[in-house]
Design a protein around this ligand. Structure first.
Ligand SMILES: [Ca+2]
Ligand SMILES: [Ca+2]
Length: 482
């Protein structure tokens, strides 16, 4: 219980981004944002080679591996180019490598401007970049947003901060219809902004709800009736904006709590997964109540930026603003979201341009803190900490199967991804499970990369890319280069 409380409190987003297939150069095979096509985690065009699940397959069979530098962002792919971000002491970089060899093609660095908070394993290069087919966009909360050409020529850059986040801004930017969208679900004045992809000029901006611990979720796009929507999970609501104008077209309240994963779209339905809102004891903060009076004062948490902002948020948002949080204020803050969260299926209906939303089904027993879900055919898949994979009937929400990933228990930060027949799941210890989905769900193989994985894997052109703490691996049917 205590561990769960702490996990929930400190759950934050590690990877994200969404882009759309509406840009002219993007191929259906392109893994153009966090979790690939519109954030789905699914790329069925070129299945992964069956060698990956053969008995004798091991890390030494990697087609290539490189040491990319520090960072937790996922890789995105366009044609034969891969993009990801890194950081060092003073520079934040967007990098491009050749997909066949891993050879670096270019690197565009910008200087760090200030310190931004980031709860590990969140770091200065957590946000996944996105590629429209013409532009590449990367976001560094402590340095700014940059847009380059596919050859690394800087088109523009913009500092959107400083930020006031608990765990660090970590939603990834996405590109849709000539605009870059950036979500900043911080604990003061949260916003979502649309910028012109060519110039960086602001097209629209909308305020957001705050919640207790902020939000960390990347938006996606969907079409309903004649309206293109930007769909986003903020604390307290799933919300849809008109992509063009920013007008709020629908809000489904009471669903979200502290959103981290991204929404997954199928037709007029939205599937979203996050931890259920549960009571969290104040003791989850650890021994911060130094004078043991049952009240946490701001002066007691001055040394922890994230905790200071949390206490301040609860005191001002749910209490009397006197610079302290007592048990009643604490309970009110987290209690506001008690029945929110879990795995939800929301259906949109449209009539004469008016969009209505309704929760079709909900599952709140045990859901992941960080990883997003996968929707394939009529099934929803999610993985819980401990390595429990659960499948659901997407229509009804009925649980169909629970499967323990015997060799890959432990925590999951990376989201599952799928090539149409096989789920790929990477845990924090570096164990990568391959689970067959044809017929009965069946674990097929486990690959041990023996190093922390928080970045969601990438499936592109029949290749699997996995970023661990110090390496990027490419697994494919290709011969090793050179
Ligand atoms: Ca105290
Ligand atoms: Ca107070």
């Amino acid at each position: 219980m205590r561990r769960q409380g702490i996990s929930q409190l400190f759950a934050f987003s590690v990877l994200s981004i969404v882009s759309t297939a509406s840009t002219r150069c993007v191929d259906a095979n392109d893994w153009n944002m966090f979790r690939g096509p519109n954030g789905s985690g699914v790329n069925v065009k070129h299945p992964l080679p069956t060698d990956l699940t053969a008995d004798n397959f091991g890390v030494e069979q990697a087609t290539w591996k490189i040491e990319p530098g520090n960072g937790s962002s996922s890789l995105v792919a366009h044609g034969e180019k891969l993009f990801f971000t890194t950081y060092d002491e003073s520079i934040r970089s967007l990098k491009c490598v050749d997909a066949k060899s891993g050879k670096e093609l270019w690197s565009k660095g910008i200087p760090k401007l200030r310190k931004e908070t980031a709860t590990p394993p969140n770091d200065p290069a957590t946000c996944t970049p996105t590629c429209s087919g013409d532009h590449v966009c990367a976001f560094f909360p402590d340095a700014g947003l940059i847009v380059t050409t596919l050859d690394g020529e800087l088109k523009w850059q913009k500092d959107l901060g400083p930020f006031y986040s608990m765990h660090g801004i970590s939603a990834s930017p996405i590109i849709a219809q000539g605009k870059v969208f950036v979500t900043v679900d911080q604990l003061q004045s949260p916003f979502i902004v649309a910028l012109d992809i060519e110039t960086g000029n602001e097209k629209w901006r909308s305020d957001r709800l705050i919640g207790v611990t902020g939000g960390y979720s990347t938006p996606v796009v969907m079409k309903i009736g004649n309206t293109d929507l930007l769909v986003s999970a903020s604390p307290g609501e799933i919300v849809g904006y008109d992509v063009e104008s920013g007008e709020k077209k629908f809000s489904c309240a009471g669903v979200t709590n502290a959103p981290v994963g991204l929404p997954v779209i199928s037709g007029n339905r939205i599937f979203f997964c996050e931890p259920p809102g549960q009571p969290i004891p104040m003791e989850a903060l650890g021994p911060v109540d130094k004078n043991k009076d049952g009240v946490i004062e701001l002066t007691e948490v001055e040394n922890s930026v994230g905790t200071y902002r949390l206490i301040e948020r609860i005191d001002k948002g749910f209490g009397n603003g006197d610079g302290k949080v007592d048990q009643t204020e604490w309970d009110k803050g987290f209690g506001t979201f008690l029945n929110n969260g879990g795995l939800s299926c929301i259906e949109l209906t449209e009539s004469n341009g008016v969009i209505d939303s309704q929760v079709v089904w909900k599952y709140t027993k045990s859901t992941p803190y960080i990883p997003s879900l996968v929707l394939l055919d009529k099934f929803v898949y999610m993985v819980n900490d401990g390595g429990i994979l659960i499948s659901f009937d997407a229509e009804t929400g009925d649980v169909l199967k629970r499967l323990r990933l015997g060799e890959a228990t432990g925590q999951y930060y990376a989201s599952p991804v799928c090539d149409g027949t096989t789920l790929v799941l990477a845990n924090m210890e570096g164990k990568v499970s391959f689970v067959g989905l044809a017929g009965e769900i069946k674990p097929m193989a486990t690959l041990d990369l023996a190093e922390r994985i928080v970045a969601t894997p990438t499936i592109h052109d029949g290749r699997l890319y996995i970023r661990t703490q110090s390496q990027i691996y490419c697994f494919s049917a290709d011969k090793k280069p050179g």
